[in-house]
Design a protein around this ligand. Structure first.
Ligand code: ATP
Ligand code: MG
Length: 260
């Protein structure tokens, strides 16, 4: 069964793309067939997978507007372990152009149907906004991973995201669930980070991943080499954390399936 997971948080720079790219590589490393969908006009997941966003003739923009099919646009990441549905600045126009289209919220979901069976996991890297692109991601997804930095304002935006997910569940995608909150860029020496982390666990319990992603400069360096960190430097602390997250995700997945 294909599992579609959106990595979303309307806050910028919280580690969405780093999480999506490294999870894609981690799941591929564990033998899973993975498609990484770049839903952000910044094209960071595309570049971070080693694909030059400026050289693309067709992108997810063409897919969302019905000008091309996923089969014609997806491409293998040069690392060779997972497929990417790439994006670049063209996608910024899609939001406006999609407004007048029919079923504008379900365009990604419909476009993925023909290829879904080819993958075990489809990961969606959402942009830092609660816009139509993110809504397309949430409508297509079975579940959501929410990366968060443990800082003072972390919880403030969370209720907006949770409300958006609730609305999507009520009107467009009754199955969607929050898979988990992921603590990213964590610095254990920072007392505030520890407090916020403890607060998250109190409020959200098992919805918080046990795995914590530490602040680690290798994670920030890897994209400039066009590689997920777990391929670029598998031994660094950041990569090890993403491998642990992959294992936790697979373990949780197996537990849900056996409970069903
Ligand atoms: P945006 O909202 O702009 O899409 P994002 O939520 O996708 O951002 P990333 O692009 O993954 O966030 O991360 C923001 C920046 O922080 C990047 O430069 C990235 O390389 C760096 N970064 C991400 N995670 C870590 C980490 N754990 N340690 C150190 N640097 C990190
Ligand atoms: Mg991003």
């Amino acid at each position: 069964m294909t599992r579609v997971i959106a990595v979303a948080n309307q806050k910028g720079g919280v580690g969405k793309t780093t999480t999506a790219v490294n999870l894609a590589a981690g799941l591929a490393k564990s033998g899973r067939r993975v498609l990484l969908v770049d839903l952000d006009p910044q094209g960071n997941a595309t570049m971070g997978s080693g694909i030059d966003k400026r050289a693309l003739k067709q992108t997810i923009y063409h897919v969302l507007l019905g000008l091309s099919a996923v089969e014609n646009v997806r491409t293998r990441a040069p690392g060779g372990t997972y497929d990417v549905l790439p994006a670049n600045r063209d996608l910024a126009g899609a939001e406006i152009e999609m407004v007048d289209l029919e079923n504008r919220e379900v365009r990604l979901k419909s476009a993925l149907v023909p290829v879904a069976g080819e993958y075990d996991f489809i990961l969606l890297d959402c942009p830092p906004a609660l816009n139509l692109l993110t809504v397309n991601g949430l409508v297509a997804a079975d579940s959501v991973i929410i990366p968060m930095q443990c800082e003072y304002y972390a919880l403030e935006g969370l209720s907006d995201l949770v409300n958006t997910i609730k609305k999507v569940r009520a009107h467009l995608n009754p199955h969607i669930e929050i898979d988990g909150l992921l603590r990213t860029m964590f610095d254990p020496r920072n007392t505030l980070a520890q407090q916020v982390s403890a607060e998250l666990q109190q409020h959200f319990g098992a919805k918080v991943y046990e795995t914590i992603i530490p602040r680690n400069v290798r994670l920030a360096e890897a994209p400039s080499y066009g590689k997920p960190s777990i391929e670029f430097d598998p031994t660094c602390k950041g990569s090890q954390a993403y491998v642990a997250l992959t294992e936790e995700l697979l373990w949780r997945e197996a537990a849900t399936q056996s409970a069903a």
